[in-house]
Design a protein around this ligand. Structure first.
Ligand code: HSE
Length: 429
């Protein structure tokens, strides 16, 4: 066994970084045995050096991340800072200085993954990022490596724990969105500003990364259609229950039936209670992968938090260190198919539409005609009337999203339609 240690620079020492450092220290012997050489924490770059960091030698702590990367002896950089800058520049500096990189940075990978992969390849180094998607759940490596011989056609997942916690609370207690969000905040699941989670940005970044891997094509954050879940109401859950469904914020990545394009989207959707994703409770994540030869696979586990995310980072660290010792690299970007990413209008799915209408003769016929005029076939209609007003719930057969949008626009213009209370896609059937 090699005795000269592999030197690791840790960029960021928050919830995840401090856990990575702790496990590197407490499991040092196991890591050494698994890698075939000792790994040494050579420096820890932080913003606030005065903060007490238990278990970390203060002599390793620096505020000058660039100098740490440029000192010339760093083998592997672990980036757990998050955000675009300075993380992007620091990762590039790491590659320029001969270090492979393990990153948990979904936003950066979703925005600039191609350029970072190119930089890694140019320098003959690794870029690993298991922790960027769904925390501890092994997903990137199984999709990049274990399924490399198969053809993935569809990925559908719950990749944001905060929103799953909120939706699960709304489902199980009948709470409204705000009440459930308040509980998520009190328990530390939601951040003080929950926008990135509840508006679907976090899930969209993960969706872009997964779509790129699944379809061997380049998918950026801007290619992902995104709708948040702040408008989901208790009434939507009541409707979902009547249909034997629940509501989840889903990331859905699909290869078109002709195989010539892909779609990537994040939005709330009804799914049947019999679907495996319906049973994913609290802040857990789960991803359902459909591959041609393998069939249906489900990956489940904690998608966030210090320890779970550190587990994924350390798995990557071991792999990258092994590659370094073997003077090899692991898989890089695979984007050879170069499939176009289609607009949301081309996605084909089912819809649940709730309308407030006047309760008088001919209204139902008028509504049904509007659907027919836009080529959207109705599956079921449920009406409940009271004092001259009625609520009408229409569930459609599969139709293109553009056709549904056209239908809704036309419905809004009807005098007899007082309002469109909610539109929700129905998935997983
Ligand atoms: N905020 C994310 C979540 C975890 O709730 O799942 C980090 O991506």
């Amino acid at each position: 066994m090699r005795t000269r240690p592999l030197k690791v620079a840790l960029l960021g020492c928050g919830v995840v970084g401090s856990e990575v450092a702790r496990i590197m220290t407490t499991h040092a012997d196991d890591l050494t045995a698994r890698i075939g050489a000792p790994v040494e924490l050579a420096g820890v770059a932080v913003r606030r050096p005065s903060k007490v960091r238990e278990g970390i030698d203060p002599a390793l702590v620096t505020t000058d991340a660039t100098a740490l990367l440029k000192r010339g002896d760093i083998d592997v950089v672990i980036e757990v800072i998050g955000g675009i800058e300075p993380a992007r520049t620091l990762i590039t500096t790491a590659f320029e200085n001969g270090a492979s990189v393990v990153s948990a940075n979904k936003a950066l990978l979703a925005q600039d993954g191609a350029a970072l992969h190119a930089a890694a390849e140019q320098h003959g180094l690794d870029l690993y990022y298991e922790a960027a998607v769904a925390g501890a759940i092994p997903l990137v490596r199984p999709m990049r490596e274990s399924l490399a011989g198969d053809k993935i056609n569809r990925v559908m997942g719950i990749v944001n724990g905060t929103t799953n916690f909120i939706l699960d609370k709304m489902d199980s207690t009948g709470a409204g969105y705000q009440e459930a969000l308040d509980e998520a905040t009190a328990l530390g699941y939601a951040e003080a500003d929950p926008t990135a989670d509840v508006e679907g940005y976090d899930a969209a970044a993960k969706a872009a990364i997964l779509a790129g891997i699944a379809f061997h094509t380049r998918v950026r954050l801007d290619d992902v259609y995104r709708e948040g879940m702040t408008e989901v109401s208790s009434a939507d859950f009541a409707s979902a229950k009547r249909m034997g469904c629940t509501i989840k914020l889903l990331a859905i990545l699909e290869r078109a039936a002709d195989g010539q394009s892909v779609t990537a989207r994040v939005h709330p959707a009804m799914i049947p209670l019999t679907h495996p994703l319906a049973s994913v409770r609290e802040a857990y994540n789960a991803v359902f992968v459909e591959a041609e030869a393998a069939g249906r696979l489900m990956f489940y586990g904690p998608g966030a938090g210090g320890s779970p995310t550190a587990s994924a980072v350390l798995g990557d660290l071991v792999a990258v260190c092994r590659n370094k010792l073997a003077e090899a690299t692991g898989p890089g970007e695979s984007a050879y198919t170069q499939l176009p990413v289609s607009a949301m209008g081309e996605v084909v799915t089912r819809y649940h539409i709730s309308l407030d209408v006047a309760d008088k003769p001919g209204v139902l016929a008028q509504v049904a005609t509007t659907f027919a005029e836009h080529g959207v076939s109705i599956d079921t209609v449920r009406q409940q009337g009271k004092d001259g007003e009625a609520s009408l719930v229409v569930v459609t057969h599969r139709a293109p999203d553009a056709a549904l949008s056209g239908t809704v626009e036309a419905l809004r213009k009807l005098d007899t339609v007082r309002g469109v209370a909610s539109i929700m896609r129905v998935e997983g059937e």
